[in-house]
Write a protein of this length. Structure first.
Length: 259
C-alpha cells in the first residue's frame, strides 16, 4: 500500500512539473525612456585677422589701408541669441549675454541649453548690449560693470573694445584705442547679424557644436576703410564709432556645424 502511495505521489509531481514547463513564459518588460524633447548647442568663437589667428601682443597685421598694427586687447559682447528654422520660427536663449575676451580662452565658448528638437538654418545675435540692459543699473555676470567694458562717465556699456599700436597712429606711443559705445538714437553702435549655417543644425536630444569666426580685419575695412593716421582712437559715441560699427557688423561668419 505504501508503495502505491509513493508511486502516485511521484506521478503527480511529474505531471505538475510537465504542466509547469509547458506554461508560456511572459516576455520581459522593456522600459524605454521617452525621447529628450531638447538638446544643446556648444558655441565656440575664433578671432582671426584675415587668414591668421589673432595673437595678442606679438602678432603683426596689416589693415586694408596698408597700415601695420598689433593687438593688445580684443573684447566684445554677443547677446540676444536666436536660432532660426526655415519656417521663420525661432528659439531665443534666455538671459542671453556673453562677454568674449581674447585674453581669456574660456570666455570664447559657451553652451545654449534646452534648445527644442528641430532643424535650424541660421543664428541671429546682437553685437553689444541692448538699450534695456544698458539702462538697468548694477548687474552681474557678463554685465558686471567691473569687467572693463563699461563707461562710468557715460553710464553705458562698451560693445566692442580693441586696443593695440601702429606706426601710422598719431597718438603717443602709436596707440590704437577703439572703445565702441552708444546704444540709443542716431549714435547707436548696436548691430544685429543673421548668419546662415554651412549645413543644417539638427537638434534631436543631442549636443551640436557651432564654430563662429570673427575677422578683426573687417573692423577697419570692407565698408569704411579706416586710415590709422587720421583715425586711431574712438572714446565716445558719434560718426566715427558708427563707421566702425558698420564695419564690424560684417566680421562674423559660421564656419562649422557638427556633433
Amino acid at each position: 500500500m505504501n508503495k502505491l502511495i509513493k508511486t502516485a505521489t511521484v506521478l503527480s509531481f511529474a505531471v505538475i512539473t510537465a504542466l509547469s514547463s509547458c506554461k508560456k513564459k511572459e516576455d520581459p518588460v522593456i522600459i524605454v525612456d521617452p525621447p529628450n524633447p531638447s538638446g544643446s548647442v556648444h558655441m565656440e568663437f575664433f578671432n582671426k585677422v584675415g587668414g591668421d589667428m589673432l595673437i595678442l601682443n606679438t602678432g603683426q597685421y596689416q589693415n586694408q589701408n596698408g597700415d601695420t598694427f598689433n593687438v593688445t586687447k580684443f573684447n566684445y559682447f554677443i547677446t540676444n541669441i536666436k536660432l532660426n528654422k526655415a519656417d521663420g520660427t525661432q528659439f531665443t536663449e534666455t538671459e542671453s549675454y556673453h562677454l568674449l575676451k581674447q585674453s581669456n580662452p574660456s570666455s570664447m565658448t559657451f553652451d545654449i541649453a534646452e534648445v527644442p528638437n528641430g532643424t535650424y538654418k541660421s543664428v541671429t545675435f546682437m553685437i553689444g548690449v541692448d538699450s534695456l540692459r544698458n539702462s538697468s543699473g548694477a548687474q552681474t555676470g557678463a554685465l558686471d560693470v567691473n569687467n572693463d567694458m563699461y563707461w562710468d562717465w557715460n553710464s553705458g556699456y562698451i560693445m566692442m573694445k580693441m586696443e593695440g599700436s601702429s606706426s601710422s597712429s598719431t597718438q603717443g606711443g602709436g596707440l590704437l584705442q577703439f572703445h565702441m559705445g552708444g546704444f540709443s538714437g542716431a549714435n547707436s553702435v548696436l548691430r544685429t547679424v543673421t548668419l546662415t549655417f554651412p549645413q543644417d543644425l539638427v537638434i534631436n536630444g543631442n549636443e551640436q557644436h557651432m564654430h563662429v569666426t570673427a575677422n578683426l580685419l573687417k573692423m577697419f575695412g570692407d565698408i569704411n576703410i579706416i586710415d590709422f593716421a587720421t583715425l586711431s582712437a574712438v572714446h565716445m559715441p558719434g560718426a566715427n564709432a558708427k563707421k566702425i560699427a558698420d564695419n564690424y557688423q560684417q566680421m562674423f561668419s559660421v564656419t562649422a556645424i557638427g556633433e
